[in-house]
Design a protein around this ligand. Structure first.
Ligand code: FES
Ligand SMILES: [Fe+2]
Length: 354
């Protein structure tokens, strides 16, 4: 499977890489093994997770100040990738080095650029609302999904599945399945903004309301590749407005920020959070949101992994489109395809005319 190289991929939450002696984190990102650790000043280092000597895992190595030592035969690599010591040898050839990837922290996520370092522009990092945002109380979380990142992206570009996959957790009745959202195509993703009106609250919070309680909800989503899915989600008491902003009362103002990192062609690391505004918070609320979204993402995981098994078993199967659930995924997959195609074409050697 081909992945976009010139892109920032999320390598996890900032707290997952501590300053601890043992905090050497192994990841697989877009088909490549990467090891991450912090320098003494806190900066994150991302290196290829294989020693150039005989390919031992650098993630099984040892931190020494800002450097990382391979614990097979002891080669020591500085944070810029230079080999500074070969035990037993007098000289270290200049050519002996390890690949270092640009790494940046933003919105409590760690980002690694997997392509040409000269093109690593931090302005290309997708924005999120992380646990460090002072206006929201946000809990981070994580799940591994053993399915293609394309299936995960398609799932995120289609909220009609909320009504069924998440019927018992974050779904809000049948209404979400009936909405035809409009998607605006962005250079690296899609934007979707829509309302559901007069719907019951999701099951996982229903005990907080009277049985007849109904609400209006706004989903304002930006999905970019590769891949973040960030939603400003607001819930109001059901109002009388039929279009535009609800005229109900604000019950919850929240952001959920989600980063999907392809590991290889059959698995993704999914780093996500959900946070509630201080204004609409109450004790236990952020924990309850985390419990709700954790349960929901296990539901997605079950569906996507089951789908992936069947796709692999039946590679020639012809899927049937149904329109309503397919428009968002089709747009998102087209964006991904175009980005990868453009990168491939830009790498083609220019033909010479003799
Ligand atoms: S494999 Fe790393 S030092 Fe030999
Ligand atoms: Fe889902």
């Amino acid at each position: 499977m081909e992945f976009l190289k010139n892109a920032w991929y999320c390598a996890g939450w900032d707290y997952q890489i501590s300053q601890g002696k043992e905090s050497i984190v192994a990841r697989k990102i877009a088909g490549k093994r990467v090891v991450l650790y912090r320098k003494r000043n806190g900066e994150v280092v991302a290196m290829e997770d294989q020693c150039p000597h005989r390919q031992a895992a650098m993630s099984m190595g040892r931190k020494e100040g800002d450097a990382l030592r391979c614990m097979y035969h002891g080669l020591k690599f500085e944070a810029d990738g230079r080999c500074s010591e070969i035990p037993g040898a007098k000289d270290v050839p200049d050519s002996l080095c390890i690949r270092v990837y640009p790494a940046v922290e933003k919105d409590n996520w760690i980002w690694v650029w997997m392509g040409d370092p000269a093109k690593a522009d931090p302005a290309l990092i997708s924005a999120g609302v992380g646990p460090g945002d002072p206006d929201y109380i946000t809990k981070p979380s994580y799940v591994r999904v053993n399915a293609s990142y394309l299936l995960e992206n398609a799932n995120l570009a289609d909220l009609s599945h909320l009504s069924f996959t998440h019927e018992g957790t974050i779904g809000m009745g049948r209404a979400t399945a009936q909405i035809v959202p409009t998607h605006r195509v962005l250079p690296r993703g899609i934007k979707t903004d829509y309302w559901t009106r007069n719907v019951p609250p999701p099951k996982f919070v229903r005990h907080l309301f009277e049985p007849e309680f109904r609400c209006d909800a706004n989903f304002d989503i930006t999905q970019t590749y590769p891949c973040t899915w960030v939603m400003h989600f607001r819930v109001f008491t059901a109002g009388t407005a039929t279009e535009g902003e609800s005229d109900g009362q604000l019950v919850m103002d929240s952001w959920t920020s989600q980063a999907v990192t392809p590991r290889d062609d059959r698995s993704v690391d999914y780093y996500y959070s959900w946070g509630v505004s201080r204004e609409t918070d109450f004790p236990g609320m952020a924990d309850m949101l985390k419990e709700g979204i954790d349960a929901a993402f296990l539901e997605d995981k079950r569906v996507l992994e089951g789908q992936q098994i069947r796709i692999d078993e039946n590679p020639n199967f012809r899927q049937m489109g149904i329109g309503i659930a397919d428009a968002g995924p089709a747009r998102m997959l087209r964006v991904i395809d175009q980005l990868i195609r453009a990168e491939r074409e830009s790498e083609q050697p220019v033909a010479r005319i003799a």
